[in-house]
Design a protein around this ligand. Sequence first.
Ligand SMILES: [Zn+2]
Length: 110
Amino acid sequence: MSITESIVNMVSDEAKKRNVNKVTKINIVLGELTGFEEESIRFYFDVLSEGTPLYGAKLDFKKVKAEFKCRSCGMIYNRGNFTFKCPYCGSSGVLIEKGKELYIDSIDVE
Ligand SMILES: [Zn+2]
């Protein structure tokens, strides 16, 4: 819930700054490792945005998948189902900094 609250606050501030009356769309970048669910953000957004210029805005999520880098061959890959192993050589890979992002990419206003 608090993450949705900060999204609402951030966009509200931005709307105020730009002097807009209505936010029509919010483009959010959401990494799969953040643990946040699109559905629950949407749910709380409807509740929290009521009475603000954000109410009724469409939430558009751009999902970012976690990426791994193979320690042997250096290949970068997305995780397969239930495995962290490199799909090319079978060695185990390490997580690189991807999939942990959560931020507002842009907003559309009226
Ligand atoms: Zn490999």
